[in-house]
Design a protein around this ligand. Structure first.
Ligand SMILES: Nc1nc2c(c(=O)[nH]1)N[C@H]1C(S)=C(S)[C@@H](COP(=O)(O)OP(=O)(O)OC[C@H]3O[C@@H](n4cnc5c(=O)[nH]c(N)nc54)[C@H](O)[C@@H]3O)O[C@H]1N2
Ligand SMILES: Nc1nc2c(c(=O)[nH]1)N[C@H]1C(S)=C(S)[C@@H](COP(=O)(O)OP(=O)(O)OC[C@H]3O[C@@H](n4cnc5c(=O)[nH]c(N)nc54)[C@H](O)[C@@H]3O)O[C@H]1N2
Ligand SMILES: [Mo]
Length: 603
């Protein structure tokens, strides 16, 4: 058995936050209202975090500022203090430009930087690698001690680390991580960044000053759209750099939000999962069609699809369809007859959340919740567990799965300290706590306990180990043949209609939401194409076509087209028909927001 690989969602956070801050799925939601300056960077919490958007509004009510960075004048931007509209996929350059202002104007928090980050750690110019005092001790970074003039361990008592080496004996042979980071930032003075990102230089300088000098400033990432781009991992990383250098992490009201919670608390597995004796190669979701058609890395005879909808959510839908059509036996287990079900040989009806016993103890919530069965599932529907148990019995290991739910839930709860009986009585327990602060007091979860800027894993993947920016392949300004043919950037957005494709099929949604896919166009781009508001239009490129209704106006940057996420094949087809299926970028980011298209009136 094999699986598919590639995170469609937030691979950029994993690839940046884990090495730099030490762990991901830590979020600041409990601190938002205490913040004085909040940047929602490339995400739209008014739609995608509706449950606590009121906290962002509180920031403004309390006299603070709420800034939204998005090429679309989103629902969040419309409620914010300020809208900043960069070109898609240029966020790393924008963050580096902010960093340059912060360093040039000495707005960084030197005390915090020296105490809690690896900024002063030495990198050998000859090898390009950080210097360790002991090769086998990954925590033994060294710094140049200004007091003794010697190179010593970063955490030696009384050390006075040099942030820059100029004028020291180490300058010829070494750099500090701070110097390497600044060298990347130095490429993006505010004029260069204005040209690349399309954000006025004066705004860049002002944003940098406001963020660095705010009493409590927070960056909201929330697995944002900005990271579903070619430079997504670096875009996440540069924001982490910025926050750490400004000392805006680990205190009340500051931090970088990753939108989650429960991973601060370990949870168990319901059943013991046996380890595979030999690793099995896995096709990527991004090049699924090619992988299946070429039988590379393996021939797939049976596909089991559950808790996902490849025909609407995986990039390049025409190729996904070809892959599904080629596989001899496709099983879809779902509550709905989804778009993927249309291309399946067997569809197994699964019970819904109110029809199934279980426990919710996962990322994106601070709560552990007991799921109780409110009603029986309709017809022949069964829970995923029951569906797996029946074949498992026939394979001879049914007893592993056929356990009382209380036992399975207790196994999940075991490391949390919450007992089944407590949960059963309270129904929900906030395991993170209302005052939770990630990386509290500047203690990071890396081995060195400091924020580490230089990332070995990126180097291993063949990319720069210090976050950098260069233009993506699908950038409308590239002067490439592709950009000439498809001159518009396109970006995706979640809608209030659905969670991805889930619920989009519900008929009553038509009464309160957009009834058809909306394609957002700037008035100038629409006029140039003879398109009027409300026209039926198609966004297209070499991968395929996405059909919708034009919404024409000024709520999107000129040169950018806004496409909605989650429309079904049965509703005319997903925006994924056009989305970029590039594999593999640094960290394996999904590049749906790095897609060139053109738009025309429906014939
Ligand atoms: N209602 C609803 N809520 C959801 C979901 C849903 O489907 N529906 N999905 C959930 C999931 S899994 C996730 S990952 C989160 C995602 O949450 P969000 O990131 O908030 O969702 P998106 O709509 O993908 O992207 C938000 C914004 O990013 C902008 N954007 C796109 N590309 C770029 C870029 O390169 N730079 C910048 N600065 N902005 C860019 C888009 O214009 C869009 O307005 O939402 C979660 N919440
Ligand atoms: N074009 C485009 N593509 C995108 C994005 C975008 O913005 N635009 N966003 C990307 C992001 S951030 C993400 S996270 C992915 C999400 O991609 P998917 O995870 O594929 O999202 P959904 O479409 O919500 O699919 C979930 C399916 O699981 C079913 N389901 C729900 N509960 C259960 C259950 O208990 N058992 C079983 N068997 N099934 C269940 C639902 O009915 C639904 O059909 O999409 C990515 N793809
Ligand atoms: Mo996601």
């Amino acid at each position: 058995a094999s699986t598919t690989v590639g995170s469609l969602c937030c691979a950029g956070t994993t690839a940046a936050q884990v090495p730099i801050y030490g762990q991901r799925f830590l979020d600041t939601r409990n601190q938002i209202e205490k913040s004085k300056y909040v940047i929602a960077w490339g995400n739209n919490p008014a739609i995608s975090k509706q449950g606590y958007f009121q906290r962002f509004e509180k920031v403004m009510e309390n006299g603070g500022k709420f800034v939204v960075i998005d090429p679309v004048f989103s629902e969040s931007a419309s409620k914010a203090s300020e809208w900043v509209a960069p070109w898609p996929g240029t966020d790393a350059a924008l963050a580096l430009a902010l960093l340059k202002v912060v360093v040039d104007e000495k707005l960084y928090d030197e005390e915090y930087t020296l105490a809690h980050t690896c900024a002063p750690c030495l990198v050998d110019k000859a090898t390009g690698e950080p210097v360790l005092q002991k090769a086998d001790d990954p925590t033994s970074f060294v710094v140049f001690d200004k007091k003794s003039g010697e190179v010593v361990r970063h955490d030696q008592a009384g050390v006075e680390p040099a942030l820059t080496l100029e004028g020291t004996s180490a300058a010829e042979t070494h750099n500090t991580e701070f110097e390497l980071m600044y060298a990347e930032a130095a490429k993006w003075d505010s004029a260069a960044a204005e040209a690349e990102c399309g954000v006025p230089a004066a705004d860049i300088e002002r944003l940098a000053r406001e963020y660095a000098q705010a009493d409590k400033a927070m960056i909201i990432q929330n697995m944002g759209g900005f990271m579903r781009t070619e430079n997504g991992t670096y875009a996440v990383a540069t924001q982490l750099y910025l926050a750490a250098l400004c000392g805006q992490v680990g205190h009340e009201g500051d931090g970088v939000s990753d939108a989650a919670g429960i991973s601060e608390v370990k949870t168990g597995n319901p059943i013991e999962v046996p380890k595979l004796e030999q690793p099995v190669p896995s096709p990527s979701r991004f090049k699924f069609g090619e992988a299946i058609l070429n039988e590379d890395p393996l021939k797939v005879n049976v596909l089991w699809s559950m808790t996902g909808n490849p025909m609407t959510q995986w990039p390049n839908t025409n190729m996904v369809r070809k892959g599904l059509e080629r596989i001899p036996f496709v099983v879809t287990a779902d509550q709905y007859l989804t778009s993927t079900a249309l291309y399946s040989d067997l569809v197994l009806p699964v019970t819904g959340v109110f029809e199934t016993e279980g426990v919710l103890a996962n990322h994106r919530s601070h709560w552990i919740q007991l799921c109780e069965k409110a009603i029986e599932g309709p017809g022949e529907s069964k829970s995923d567990l029951e569906i797996f148990t029946e074949p498992a019995k026939r394979f001879g290991f049914g007893d592993k799965l056929d356990r009382p739910m209380k036992e399975l839930v207790s196994n999940v709860l075991e490391p949390t300290g919450v007992s089944y009986d407590e949960l059963s009585e309270k129904k929900a327990v906030d395991v993170v706590g209302p005052d939770y602060i990630p990386y509290k007091d500047g203690v990071f979860l890396t081995k060195s306990k400091k924020d580490e800027f230089w990332v070995a894993a990126w180097k291993k993947e063949g990319f720069s180990p210090i976050a950098t920016y260069s233009r993506a392949e699908e950038d409308a300004r590239n002067g490439s043949e592709l950009a000439a043919k498809y001159p518009l950037f396109s970006v995706q957005r979640k809608t209030y209609r659905s969670v991805h494709s889930t619920f989009n099929n519900l008929a009553w949604m038509d009464e309160v939401c957009d009834r058809q896919p909306v394609i957002l166009l700037n008035a100038a781009d629409a006029q140039a194409r003879g398109i009027a508001d409300g026209d039926k239009v198609v966004a297209f490129n070499d991968r395929g076509e996405h059909h919708g209704v034009a919404e024409v106006g000024e709520r999107i940057k000129q040169g950018v087209v806004g496409l909605q996420n989650g429309w079904w094949e049965q509703q005319g087809g997903s925006s994924s028909y056009v989305t970029n299926d590039k594999w593999k970028t640094l960290g394996g980011t999904h590049c749906c927001n790095q897609t060139l298209v053109d738009v025309k009136k429906e014939a």
